[in-house]
Structures are given as C-alpha cells and as structure tokens.
Design a protein around this ligand. Structure first.
Ligand SMILES: Nc1ncnc2c1ncn2[C@@H]1O[C@H](COP(=O)(O)OP(=O)(O)OP(=O)(O)O)[C@@H](O)[C@H]1O
Ligand SMILES: [Mg+2]
Length: 259
C-alpha cells in the first residue's frame, strides 16, 4: 500500500518567483525520508507539491513531474482531492478542530470525503486510528471531550490519527515536533518508526538529531541567497549523509557551520 515517489525536473513557483528549482529525487516506500536545510530553502514548498496543496495558493504553480507508483500526480484527469486523500499531511502546529470531540476529530477527514459509515464502523475506525497514532490508551475514556482538551503532544498524535483515518498511502509531516516538548517529540518519533511499516513518510525537520534518529534517507536543500530558488544539494542514506556527505555544503550544514 505504501508508494514510491519519483520526482523529476521539478520547479515550483509563487507567481513569477521560482522558489524551488530542478529537484529530482526518489522517495522509497515504507521508509522515512527527512528533508533538511536552512530556512527559506523551500522544504515546505516542495513538500506541499507532493499532495497538490501548493496550487491552492493563488498564482502558485508547479512544473515537472511527480510520479506516484508511476502515475503523474499532475497528469490531466487526476483529481487533486483524490491525491490529498492518498497523501495525508500533518502540520507544524497541532490543529485539531477545537469544538469537535476527540472522536469527531479522528473522523473529520473521512466525513469531508463524503464517506458514509455506520456508527459501528465509525467507532472501530476511531479506535484503530487512535491506536495507530499511539493515543488510544490515553483518551479511550474521554472520546467525547473536545480535541482542545489534550496536551500539545496528544493533539499532534490526534492530528496523526485524523490523517491515518482516511487510510492514506503517504504521510507528509512539516516539522511535526517543533511545537512539542522532548517527551512528546520522542512519542511522535516512536510512532513514525512504527508507521513506516505501512506508510511512505516524508518529514521536514530543523532538528539534525531527529533527522539522524528517525529517517532512512535524508535530502539536503539549500539556497544561494535571497530571491534565488532553493535546490536539492544531495540525498543519500541518512547514515552516509551524516558521516560522509559528498558535498561541502552538506558537511557545513550538518556540522552547524552554516552561516
Ligand atoms: N505563499 C507564499 N507566497 C509567496 N512566496 C512564498 C509563499 N510561501 C513561501 N514563499 C517563499 O518561498 C520560499 C521557500 O519558502 P518555504 O516556506 O518553502 O521554506 P522552508 O524551507 O520551509 O523554510 P522554513 O524552514 O523557515 O520553514 C521563501 O522564499 C518564501 O518566502
Ligand atoms: Mg517550512
């Protein structure tokens, strides 16, 4: 069920500004790929092209190809809504719907997709998604309390439960732990390690230790200066990237020498 993603000659624009240029990479299924690089190099922009969220910004467009198991996400006849169902996203700040209960939050994506499900199936899906997100034991006795009654780390796991409830094949995570304390961060990292058995995961992180701990492959992006596009410098097995990268720019960045 997890998917392989092949990106070729990808350019990403905001109006006439080319924010990301010339990206080519392969994202392996059932693995975690980390995207690292300095602020403004286009990590979030690139990530959003993988589920067609980029184009919702007025004037934003994409050139090049993104193949998911060989199918071009940008091909004519591809429904962006179907793509977003297949490729889920978790954001930097946990964003549960505050007035919805914990259970309703889990089901929110499924309901948006207009899927009608019986009460029994809904209850099962709430449980399996919360178990999948490693949150079930903490919330099973208060499923009707608001999502906003949870701690930050629990809210982020609730958002992961909401994302996996629609049974996506790919999970995109944009700095999912940056608003969390170290204990919650470790809980999310453990969870990612479990989820990669079933999903293709792409995570943006500023935390080098996190990239080194959780990811199988790491891609380093950089930017030459303001107004210039971000580019992929290199991508390799995480262990290689953090021990013997081939590019000086990568070495400088991971060792903290980036100016
Ligand atoms: N909605 C937008 N409209 C116009 N330009 C944008 C928009 N969003 C981002 N950009 C620009 O695109 C470039 C890449 O931004 P992006 O947010 O992808 O970087 P990033 O690598 O995720 O940075 P950070 O690490 O700070 O999150 C930046 O120059 C940014 O100003
Ligand atoms: Mg970003």
């Amino acid at each position: 069920m997890a998917q392989r993603i092949d990106i070729k000659d990808l350019d990403v624009y905001y109006g006439s500004f080319r924010a990301v240029a010339d990206v080519g990479m392969t994202i392996e299924p059932r693995s975690i790929t980390a995207l690292i690089g300095p602020s403004g190099c286009g990590k979030s922009t690139f990530l959003r092209t993988l589920n067609r969220m980029h184009e919702v910004i007025p004037g934003a467009r994409v050139q090049g190809t993104v193949l998911m198991d060989g199918v071009d996400l940008y091909g004519s006849g591809v429904d962006p809504v179907a793509v977003r169902r297949q490729v889920g996203m978790v954001f930097q700040r946990p964003n549960p719907f505050p007035t919805m209960s914990i259970a309703e939050n889990v089901l929110a994506g499924v309901k948006l997709n207009n899927r009608r499900i019986s009460k029994g199936d809904a209850n099962d899906l709430v449980e399996s998604s919360l178990r999948g997100a490693n949150l079930w034991n903490e919330v099973k006795d208060r499923l009707d309390r608001p999502g906003s009654s949870l701690s930050g780390g629990q809210q982020q796991r609730l958002c992961i439960a909401r994302a996996i409830a629609v049974k996506p094949q790919v999970l995109l995570m944009d700095e999912p732990c940056s608003a969390l304390d170290p204990i919650s961060t470790l809980a999310i990292e453990d969870l990612m390690a479990e989820l990669k058995d079933d999903y293709t995961i792409v995570i943006v992180t500023h935390n080098m230790q996190q990239a080194a701990r959780v990811s199988d492959r790491t891609a380093f992006f950089t930017i030459e200066g303001t107004g210039k596009p971000g580019r992929l410098v290199e991508m390799d097995d995480t262990r290689t990237m953090f021990s013997t990268p081939t590019q000086q720019a990568t070495e400088d960045y991971i060792s903290g020498r980036f100016g």
